[in-house]
Design a protein around this ligand. Structure first.
Ligand code: NZQ
Ligand code: ZN
Length: 393
């Protein structure tokens, strides 16, 4: 196990009806004037926003609500919010939504605390030195942004989707009320389960296979979220299943499952290019890219795949090479079972791509030949092209 520093400071307020504690939580963290952010309208329609604002009023706090954040959130919208609310005296930001709303909130915090343009932080041109205090009321278990150090935005002018990782991005609290996720459509539930699996898998394939506790935590998360995913899809108001998925979502992405080793995250990088170009949901992009990545990279360490399959999918095959193939097939079959696309032709946003587009995706993913990604099997432009080609069926 390599040396590490672990910092996960977000206070988790978990359970049914905790939504109504939003006001008290903001107050406890020093907020008095709150900018509440939400998405395309689900929080209005299902009454969550109303509960949150009532709770802010009960706590004696002033607030303003602003909605309209889209999935695969756009840089221009976040920057517009910064420009609009700069100097308006908000001392707390509260996201009511999922990764897209929370990531936008983090972008707004960057601009309000450290100035514009905020894309500088995503491009690594400037480093964050401060943040506006932030919290969230989570409405979809998926991205893990409620406790993560990341914010991911898409610059729609250049078609680049990019993340920035810094402890200044960590929210002070996360209200996780599993009942809020009962209204999620099946597709979004499945996208969330897939993203949670991938936050675990992208860390599992690392530069080390001797971090036994870290591995065991990841394997338990995978077993649990896969089982709970099926239960929640069969009965969307299954509180127990929704609870398991929600807690897995945070644990899979607060870095617990990556302690002691490097994080591969190749599949996330490959998937981000699909979301940037085709606006496909993040989880769906990952379900497509993992099988193609896994088959391409498997030869670098079939034993790792085999162990994963034996511990998570109960694969009994003693031969590592054969067990590795069964493992990849097993995850692919799970995603098909929950309604995820596993190849380009199954995603209506994508379809079969031309060789020119595949080349463009690969070149963008390698930042035009200036980086390789991954630890388990580092991949550059030529590898990325082969992986995109493998998904192009
Ligand atoms: O916009 P509304 O109307 O609210 O609808 C949303 C949206 O259409 C809907 N939804 C959310 N909660 C709901 C609901 N519908 C009914 N009932 C509810 N309770 O779900 C849709 C997806 O929402 P979104 O916030 O986009 O989902 P998710 O949490 O999956 O976030 C995805 C974004 O997070 C980024 C992804 O790249 C993507 O842009 N990620 C952020 C990470 C981070 N900051 O740590 C890590 C991840 O790897 C990921 O990259
Ligand atoms: Zn993700």
């Amino acid at each position: 196990m390599n040396s590490f520093t672990y910092y996960s400071p977000t206070r988790v307020i978990f359970g049914a009806k905790t939504t109504d504690q939003a006001g008290a939580a903001v107050k406890a963290h020093g907020g008095t004037n709150v900018l509440v952010l939400y998405g395309g309208g689900s929080a209005l329609r299902n009454g969550v926003l109303d509960r949150v604002t009532k709770s802010l009023e009960s706590a004696g706090l002033s607030y303003e609500c602003v909605g309209g954040i889209q999935p695969n959130p756009r840089l221009s919208f976040a920057q517009k919010l910064v420009d609009k609310y700069q100097g308006k005296g908000f001392d707390f930001l509260l996201a009511v939504g999922g990764g897209s709303v929370i990531d936008t909130m983090k972008g707004v915090s960057m601009g309000l605390a450290c100035g514009s343009p905020i894309w500088d932080f995503y491009e690594g041109k400037r480093t964050l030195t401060a943040a506006i205090p932030m919290g969230s009321v989570l409405t979809i278990a998926a991205a893990g942004s409620e406790t993560s150090a990341s914010s991911v935005l898409t610059n729609e002018e250049t078609g680049v989707k990019r993340g920035v990782n810094t402890d200044f991005n960590r929210p002070l609290f996360a209200i996780m009320d599993p009942e809020l996720t009962y209204t999620l459509p099946a597709y979004q539930t499945a996208c969330g389960v897939t993203d949670i699996m991938m936050h675990t898998l992208d860390r599992y394939f690392s530069d080390s296979d001797t971090d036994y506790l870290t591995d065991a935590i990841g394997e338990a998360i995978l077993r649990d979220v896969m089982d709970a995913g099926l239960l929640a899809l069969a009965d969307r108001s299954n509180y127990s299943a929704r609870s398991e998925i929600m807690w897995c979502g945070s644990l899979s992405h607060n870095d617990l499952t990556g302690l002691g080793h490097g994080r591969d995250f190749s599949v996330h990088q490959l998937g981000h290019e699909l979301s940037a170009k085709f606006d496909i949901a993040h989880g769906a992009s990952l379900a497509i890219m993992w099988p193609a990545w896994a088959r391409y990279c498997c030869a670098a360490g079939p034993r790792r795949f085999a162990e994963l399959g034996r511990r998570v999918l109960n694969i009994a095959e003693p031969n590592d090479e054969l067990a590795a193939q069964l493992t990849i097939n097993g995850f692919e079959a799970y995603w098909q079972r929950i309604g995820m696309p596993v190849r380009f032709s199954e995603a209506p946003e994508i379809g079969i791509l031309s060789e020119e587009t595949l080349n463009e995706l690969a070149r963008r993913c390698s930042y035009y030949d200036t980086r390789v990604v991954g630890f388990f099997r580092p991949i550059g432009t030529a590898d990325m092209l082969e992986i995109y080609r493998a998904a192009n069926r």
